[in-house]
Design a protein around this ligand. Sequence first.
Ligand code: HEM
Ligand SMILES: *[C@@H]1O[C@H](CO)[C@@H](O)[C@H](O)[C@H]1NC(C)=O
Length: 513
Amino acid sequence: MSNLLTAAHPIAWIAAISLLVTVAILRARRYLLRYRFKKQHGCQAPQSAVWTKDILLGLDGMWESFQAIRNHHMLELFQRRFAERGDTWVAASLLRRKLFTIDPENLRSMLSTNVNDWFLDRDEATWRFIGPGVFTTDGAAWSHSRALLRPNFVQDKIAHLDMFERHFQNFLTHIPHDGATVDLQPLFFQFTIDAATEFLFGKSTSSLKPGADRTYYEANFDQAWATAADHCRWQIAAAPFKFREGAEVKRAVDLIHAYADKFVHQILKERRESEKTRRNGGSEKRDTSNGRYSFAQELAKSTDDALQIRHELLNIFAAGRDTTASMLSNMFVELAKRPDVWAKLQSEIAVLNGAPPTLEQMRSFRYVHYCMNESLRLWHVVPLNYRKAFRDTYLPRGGGSDGQSPIFMPKGTTVTYSSFAMHRRKAAFGEDADTFRPERWEGWNPSCAFQPFGIGQRICLGQKYALNEVGYLMIRILQEFKKIESRQPLPWTETSGLVLSSLHGTKVSLTPA
Ligand code: HEM
Ligand SMILES: *[C@@H]1O[C@H](CO)[C@@H](O)[C@H](O)[C@H]1NC(C)=O
């Protein structure tokens, strides 16, 4: 060793020393800058010390989380952690510090007022099955997607009640009319896939339609989606470690892409043809099965990039399909146990006299909306979400001994928030926060403490579509069946898929009206 040192050339020495000095200066500079930044914003040390016993790697916390995922009570675990440690706390995770918060002020800062200091990096490899689009990207790419899609989400382009009615009629054919037990959950998933594919691609997978003539892709899209989404969820749980994509997942992803591409190419071809006819003096033909443009056709007016259209459609599908299906399954688990709520809903919609509702009528049913809000409060379908600090920044709460002072967030820090825990805070919702009580919404608005569709610039694009779909299906089921009973003795239990759903399905018995 000493030989090596004395043998080193003086220039090597000088280089090594100047490197060290430079690093030291940069460090000192950053320290000073941060010191000034913290002072300027009144940042205090975090309210609670790092809570993991392993303060470097946080392996104990990770192990506890892993066990909870396996045993289907991860959300309860998070709820307990927040109850024990306060609204904002720090955990170690593989040599880094992660912040966890359910303080509405922090969310407001991160998602809305100070949004430029934060970003969302949904890992590209993890989300390969849908590709880069409005849901997975950030920055300029995201702005571009969002601007492209937004005009297509105005009410008149998404209010497809006649379409929901058609799929509802197919849905009905799967419900026994003799009160035999039926699991509504898979039917809700089929309903939402049939509706979403029609809405987005212009042609439904028709999975609920008896004897429908379906192509190979249509018949297998659902299963392929489930396989790819499941792989994605494990990638997220295992991050930063990666699984290899097995042959089955590869096949599923290929099928999803082929399914979407078939529509995209068809639509682009039609567009080119109609442009040609127009140039030759002919009139444009509106060709869709029901005289309405599909979402894909609308998109094809603004771009002819086939890959981009595919990605955007799949991004919307990912954000919109399992979410509404899960919301319905979670809500009906509860409704089946609540004859009091069922009766109130029945009496509210009795004015329809059995006729399908219009949009205006749907809007007027307050109790239906209370139930939807209460369901999204207790079983929010996006129960955990996160952002990362894009630069050195701060959050308004979580510092100082009372947790009411700002807290410094070094660049790169991940902040995870749990709407499951936030929506069950006793401070905001009262002692009965864990109970389904739609009446709490009467003349009441919890403002920021309740945010089922997010807040700020990335707020859900499909909020109206989702509430139309869920509300319509609820009302139609209420009209067709006078009674519902639970056929599941076990309590509701979470599945930690990409979205929050019911592990034991939605097993009920329905009595025709
Ligand atoms: C119960 C149903 C739904 C719930 C609770 C829900 C909730 C959310 C939430 C919380 C976000 C924000 C995520 C974030 O900030 O990271 C979001 C984003 C989004 N949602 Fe929904 N959603 C639902 C249904 C739908 C439907 C039906 C569609 C489409 C038809 C849709 C399309 C989107 C899109 C495209 C985004 C990404 C927006 C962006 O990042 O700019 N959602 N949703
Ligand atoms: C449901 O929650 C939203 C979001 O907080 C709120 O704006 C709306 O008024 C609530 N609906 C009812 C019927 O209380």
